[in-house]
Design a protein around this ligand. Structure first.
Ligand SMILES: NC(=O)c1ccc[n+]([C@@H]2O[C@H](COP(=O)([O-])OP(=O)(O)OC[C@H]3O[C@@H](n4cnc5c(N)ncnc54)[C@H](O)[C@@H]3O)[C@@H](O)[C@H]2O)c1
Length: 459
């Protein structure tokens, strides 16, 4: 790729990001609350949903800065509130009702770490109550909920971050730099898979022996989901049910898409198709355990058109080799754990002839003629390819991407900036296509999406 084109890509990338931001900002009435938090003040935060990730997020938030304080937690299972006091100290305020947290003036920020069906409700209520919000992925449970969350964020003037923390690793930042410098040529394909074969990996988390309607606030938990009698599986293994979760697409594809959007600067796909089945975990769940989706990304000012194929197989009893590869016409970027490998490969100008080729089927005289013409057209210096180059990037071993993601959230709160590395517009542009993957699977249809307007299209 010429240096001109690299320069072009870089400048267009910056310009297009601005245009994109403006195009989504227009319909909303933005009220910026530019009040900064003084560097001497601690940011006091609460976590709503103190399950597995609620604890991971709380600890990462505390690791991210010494100037933050964990002061309150809400959860619907009493055992988890007891655990909060055991782990974080008896002074942490605990409640079953998150409204009690939102009503407190001494809390600056909340972490929304509930099952997916609560994300939009708690996020909007928190923003309206004047809190900064870190909301777990996927940002919403249904595509129809995205616009109102974005609107609430813009009206609030508060900082918001979505929780796909992997994009805060230095390998993703390096991949973005390499991609934008044109190192893999024109992108044409992305593949990513995330297979598992074990019960916990397939979301069958442990259920406590004291789970009952007296230790769990079941009525509150149901929220906007259909009413039904208490069922511990539906509470502690909520990912298995569409009423509360978003299946493998919302749980895992969303991380893959978020990474690809971050690296490529893409706003999203236009056509989405899925195929899948419930193959092994027939334990009452109503979501597939094998899902393959194809997402068609249109050409934009900053990248060529490309296909993305995502796969999750929770019943892969064969060899599991999970990877993410972004492939282009001059190489690929492959992610391995926290590292990446850039492989650069360019074809020689001369196509070659002979071997498994039609050349050998030509008459002797035609072979001679062919060779004469070929030698004239392709001098020696066009016949050898540049050697394949492999460049490895290893993130520092002590790197803590989860804490870095939180540091970005807290730093933006301090600066009085509403944006973050993964704001709700970015978060919704990753969430909506994965929710469309589910829609395609369940309704057996191709979903058409407008990634700029962030709306479903008829065709
Ligand atoms: N970023 C990541 O890598 C990552 C990893 C795991 C989970 N997550 C996300 O985190 C969220 C939580 O997942 P989890 O695995 O921790 O689930 P979990 O079941 O372990 O915990 C969820 C907790 O939320 C509580 N809860 C439910 N509704 C509530 C409400 N209205 N008010 C207060 N508390 C409520 C429940 O009591 C439960 O303890 C999900 O959105 C999930 O997608 C993100």
């Amino acid at each position: 790729m010429s240096s001109d084109r690299r320069y072009f890509l870089k400048t267009v990338t910056a310009g297009s990001a601005l245009i994109a931001a403006e195009s989504v900002a227009k319909p909303f009435n933005i009220i910026r609350d530019l009040k900064k938090i003084s560097p001497n003040d601690k940011i006091r935060f609460a976590t709503i949903g103190m399950g597995i990730q609620g604890n991971q997020d709380t600890k990462a938030a505390l690791r991210s800065s010494k100037d933050v304080e964990f002061v309150a937690a809400a959860d619907l299972y009493d055992g988890r509130l007891t655990r909060v006091k055991e782990v974080y100290g008896k002074d942490v305020f605990t409640t079953r009702d998150y409204h009690e947290i939102l009503g407190r003036k001494d809390i600056d920020a909340v972490l929304v770490v509930t099952p997916d069906h609560w994300h939009d409700h708690i996020t909007k209520a928190s923003l309206q109550a004047g809190k900064h919000v870190y909301c777990e992925k996927p940002m919403v449970h249904h595509i129809s909920e995205g616009a109102s969350v974005i609107e609430a964020w813009k009206k609030s003037g508060k900082t918001m971050q979505i929780g796909s923390q992997r994009i805060s690793t230095s390998s993703f930042k390096e991949a973005k730099r390499l991609f934008q410098a044109g190192e893999i040529g024109d992108i044409n394909y992305v593949e990513s898979n995330n297979d598992r074969f074990n019960a916990i990996g397939a979301w069958n988390y442990s259920i406590p022996t004291d789970a009952s309607p007296s230790t769990v606030d079941w009525e509150h938990y149901l929220g906007d989901a259909p009413k039904m009698p208490f069922d511990a599986k539906r509470f502690f293994r909520w990912r298995n049910y569409r009423d509360y979760g978003t299946g493998v697409a919302g749980d895992l594809f969303v991380h893959l898409i978020t990474g690809v959007h971050f690296v490529t600067g893409s706003l999203g796909p236009e056509r989405i198709f899925s195929s899948g089945e419930l193959s092994y975990w027939k334990d009452g769940r109503d979501v597939p355990d094998v899902l393959v989706s194809i997402l068609e990304y249109p050409k934009t000012d900053i990248h060529a058109n490309f296909q993305m194929v995502l796969r999750v197989n929770f019943a892969n009893a064969g060899a599991i080799a999970n990877n993410t590869r972004i492939i282009g016409t001059e190489g690929q970027i492959e992610f391995t754990e926290n590292n990446l490998i850039l492989t650069k490969k360019k074809l020689p100008k001369a196509p070659g002839f002979g071997g498994y080729d039609s050349y050998n089927t030509f008459s002797e005289s035609e072979q001679k003629e062919f060779k004469k013409k070929y030698d004239l057209e392709y001098p020696a210096d066009t016949r050898t390819a540049e050697p394949v180059k492999e460049i490895k990037f290893a993130a520092p071993q002590e790197e803590d991407s989860h804490a870095i993601h939180f540091a970005d959230f807290f730093e933006n709160i301090r600066k009085g900036s509403i944006g973050t590395i993964e704001d709700p517009v970015f978060g919704f542009r990753a969430a909506a296509p994965v929710l469309a993957c589910n829609e395609s699977y369940f309704e057996k249809k191709i979903v058409h999406w407008d990634p700029v307007a962030m709306k479903k299209k008829k065709k």
